[in-house]
Design a protein around this ligand. Structure first.
Ligand code: ADP
Length: 450
């Protein structure tokens, strides 16, 4: 499965992204809130100190001035004359140039730094001074305000949470999809091997979730399909078996009839019955053989056979048909090409291919049968210089009842079972078949046996 289009990856990416957005929102809110709280706090502190000092100054000014340099309460607080000359308290460099203004504590910005400033003008001025400005000023540094814990959360804990989300999500969805992969594997196996006996593996201790249910349901469906296919095969086998005897009787009696009829009209009718009976007999024989191979009940008598001899026998069997059409038969055989196979079945497969090559070949054309050893095993090919098979049909010609020109009342018709039978016989031997064709030039069919 492609990595970035798998549902597993998409779900993991979605939840990790969502987590990132959530964390960003929460951090922004928490940051903004704690910033505001810190500012409120600084404002409170500054206002309180300034107010306390202003009150003390009103009562006993001298004491206050005496203790200005040492006392903690003058932290962030300085005293200026009414015209802005610094006289005591902590000298806050940046805040010294801010204009004095009475009123509430306010925010001022100096060279990019923010300060909370609170000014109070005391009116109980002694001697030469008309009054003093008491200025509280404290800088607000957002990272300091946010505190170390926030930095630790942002830089360490959040990446860890995101990694956990990504890996956890990937692992959990990955595990959840294992049964789906099992379903895909089984479906592909059934399609590739044509083996309806395959079932989806379901672990006995698996959780009975939806995917488990799906696997069990699909297995039940496969059971049903398999039993229907078996029934159908059984029916085909029984029906062909039952039809064999009556067809043999019809064939024998019509052949006898053909011998004894007197006039041409009767001979034509009898000949017609004989032809159809032969066709039916051929059809039923093929159907029965196919059904037996399908049900694994076809006996196969494997022995070491010489494929050259097999080719000679098959060619001899088809000589009459070839002569009737004026087709020349050529046989090219490598010496001692031996295969482990059932001789009668292989002869029947090769005969089918030669019959087709004559039937679909040119009038007075040629058919070549070759036997050779290749790196894949042993090979028998049957080539003709007939009309060929076009690309749209070539993949389907091995299917049962598939014919390129569907002329079912043609006397020669094999009902599209010939190639299906060849394929079944060869696969029963663990071999393969192939076809190559150039429309208009000819066709080559091949059987490869190990
Ligand atoms: P049939 O009994 O109708 O001949 P087959 O299964 O033997 O059925 O063949 C299927 C189809 O493949 C045929 O209808 C025919 O059109 C095509 N075919 C088979 N062999 C050849 C060939 N040698 N040249 C051209 N077409 C062929």
């Amino acid at each position: 499965m492609k990595k970035f289009t798998s549902i597993k990856t998409r779900i993991t990416m979605w939840y990790t992204g969502l987590m990132l957005v959530l964390i960003a929102i929460v951090l922004t809110l928490v940051g903004a809130l704690s910033y505001q709280l810190s500012i409120d706090n600084v404002e409170k502190n500054v206002t309180l100190r300034v107010t306390q000092i202003s009150e003390k100054m009103s009562k006993r000014q001298r004491d206050v001035f005496r203790s200005v340099e040492n006392r903690e309460e003058f932290k962030n607080v300085s005293i200026y004359t009414s015209d802005g000359q610094y006289i005591a308290g902590e000298y806050i460099y940046d805040a010294a140039n801010i204009k004095f203004r009475e009123g509430r504590a306010r925010r001022e910005s100096v060279d990019g730094k923010e300060y909370i400033v609170y000014d109070v003008l005391t009116h109980t001025a002694p001697g030469e001074h008309t009054g003093f400005w008491i200025r509280g000023a404290e800088s607000v540094n957002s990272t300091v305000l946010l505190g170390r814990s926030a930095v630790v959360v942002t830089l360490v804990i959040i990446p860890i949470i995101l990694l956990l989300t990504a890996f956890g999500g990937y692992y959990i969805t990955g595990k959840a999809f294992v049964p789906i992969n099992e379903i895909i594997k089984t479906a592909n196996k059934i399609a590739a091997e044509n083996d309806i006996k395959q079932r989806i593996r379901t672990e006995s201790e698996a959780k009975p979730d939806e995917i488990y249910e799906l696997s069990v349901t699909l297995n039940r469906m496969l059971d049903k399909i398999e039993s229907l296919i078996l029934q159908e095969k059984q029916f085909t086998s029984d029906a062909s078996h039952e039809l064999r005897t009556p067809i043999s009787v019809i064939l024998a009696e019509s052949e006898y009839l053909l011998d004894i009829v007197q006039n041409d009209k009767e001979r034509e009718l009898a000949q017609n019955i004989v032809d159809k009976a032969r066709q039916m007999s051929k059809l039923v024989t093929r159907l029965l053989l196919l059904a037996r191979i399908d049900r694994n009940s076809q006996k196969i008598n494997k022995e070491r056979i010489n494929l050259g001899a097999v080719a000679d026998i098959a060619v001899d069997m088809m000589r009459k048909e070839a002569e009737e059409k004026g087709t020349e038969l050529f046989v090219t055989v490598d010496e001692n090409v031996i295969a482990e196979a059932d001789e009668a079945l292989i002869i029947s497969a090769v005969t089918n291919l030669i019959a087709n090559a004559i039937k679909y070949g040119k009038e007075s054309g040629y058919v070549g049968v070759a036997v050779s050893r290749t790196e894949l095993g042993t090979e028998i090919t049957v080539s003709d210089n007939g009309s060929g098979i076009s690309a749209e049909h070539i993949d389907k010609i091995w299917d049962r009842f598939y014919r390129v020109d569907d002329v079912r009342n043609d006397n020669d018709a094999g009902y599209g079972l010939g190639l299906a039978l060849v394929k079944s016989i060869v696969e029963l031997h663990g071999g393969t078949v192939f076809v190559r064709s150039n429309p208009g030039e000819g066709t080559q069919f091949g059987i490869i046996l190990k």
